[in-house]
Design a protein around this ligand. Structure first.
Ligand code: MN
Length: 346
């Protein structure tokens, strides 16, 4: 995973570094902070945890007492869904007042998405982004990325392998979770040979695919299932079933007593319906209304999301709107209908 693909939107002023340079940058820093995007998913969390293990490994830089801190982009704790991961503890950003030598953003293409960790980012002596999104906006001092990588976890795994550090089972587990979740269990369009090749190494190091799948996909709470029921009840179709839209509110999460991480798999449920080409999930968040898009049949929702100031991948993207749910639906749905009609007629 050492080839670099420069995303089209990358600012020309951001120096692009290669994998050996990333390792050098890390070796020259004693205090490092790592942060993924807000509402972190398996890739953001797995990548951050694996990277911390690498940077704290005595093998990585013998004799150096490196202090590596994981930050969250928002108050509160990390999503419960992933609490089976070993050493799964985070310091909330509001408690972090140190000035890092190096601040590393993982799986986060825009500065806005590091949320409340921004103060620490701005204090840092140097900043680095490690990411696989196509819409990196050029906000850090250094950028290491490949938008053909299935997950940021693949990039982190590549760094671990290149570093010469003996990969541990935990490093493998973190990266495996990153790849598994970002590829939708090796089924989304971004799933590629490298994802399988890396996963093979991880399984050889002791990761159990069935154990991880059970923890991530088959340990749902009854409340999470009830949220899915609400989602399904509220589905609205357009264009003869090619477009489906549903929503979840803050009130839903409050009434069911569950966290926002319970919404992570919902867009894929909508897209799983026969005939659906684009699925839209509208979900209330603290910083606005999040619009999650999933697509297939060659419809690129990343470009669509970019036009609204968001981003993502061709088949999975999102953006945030500063408007109420009903209004958001009214403005987004006709645009998506037009996108589907345009794509179908070409
Ligand atoms: Mn990712």
């Amino acid at each position: 995973m050492t080839d670099i693909t420069i995303p089209q939107t990358t600012s020309a002023t951001t120096p692009i570094v290669d994998a050996p340079q990333v390792l050098e940058l890390c070796k020259s820093a004693e205090k490092i902070a790592i942060c993924g995007h807000i509402n972190p998913d398996g890739d953001a969390l797995g990548s951050a945890l694996a990277l911390r293990n690498l940077l704290e490994s005595p093998e990585f830089s013998p004799g150096v007492d490196r202090q590596v801190t994981l930050l969250l982009g928002q108050d509160g704790s990390a999503p419960e869904l992933y609490d089976f991961l070993p050493n799964y503890h985070f310091i909330a950003a509001r408690n972090y007042t140190d000035t890092p030598d190096l601040f590393i953003c993982v799986d986060c293409p825009t500065l806005k998405r590091i949320g409340s960790s921004r103060d620490a980012f701005e204090r840092a002596a140097a900043t680095l982004v490690i990411d696989h999104h196509a819409n990196y906006e050029g906000y850090a001092d250094y950028y290491y990325g490949n938008c053909r990588a299935a997950a940021t976890g693949n990039l982190i795994w590549g760094l671990i392998r290149l570093s010469g550090v003996t990969p541990t089972r935990n490093m493998a587990l973190f990266c495996y979770v990153a790849i598994l979740t970002d590829t939708g269990r090796f089924s989304f369009q971004n799933t590629n040979a490298q994802a399988f090749a890396d996963a093979t190494e991880m399984v050889r190091l002791g990761v159990s695919p069935s154990d991880v799948a059970e923890m991530v996909y088959e340990s749902k709470s009854m409340a999470a299932l009830k949220l899915e029921a609400r989602l399904i009840e509220r589905m609205r179709f357009a264009l003869d079933g090619q477009l489906v839209c549903s929503y979840v509110t803050e009130q839903d999460l409050y009434e069911l007593g569950i966290g926002r991480d319970a919404t992570e798999g919902l867009p894929s449920i909508l897209r799983s319906i026969a005939g659906v080409k684009v699925a839209v999930l509208l979900r209330e968040e603290t910083d606005g209304l999040r619009v999650n898009l999933r697509s297939r049949c060659g419809i690129n929702v990343a470009d669509f999301a970019c036009a609204f100031g968001g981003g993502g991948h061709a088949g999975a993207a999102g953006f945030t709107l500063d408007m109420p749910l009903v209004e958001a639906e009214r403005s987004v749905i006709p645009e998506l209908e037009a996108l589907i009609s345009r794509t179908s007629s070409t």
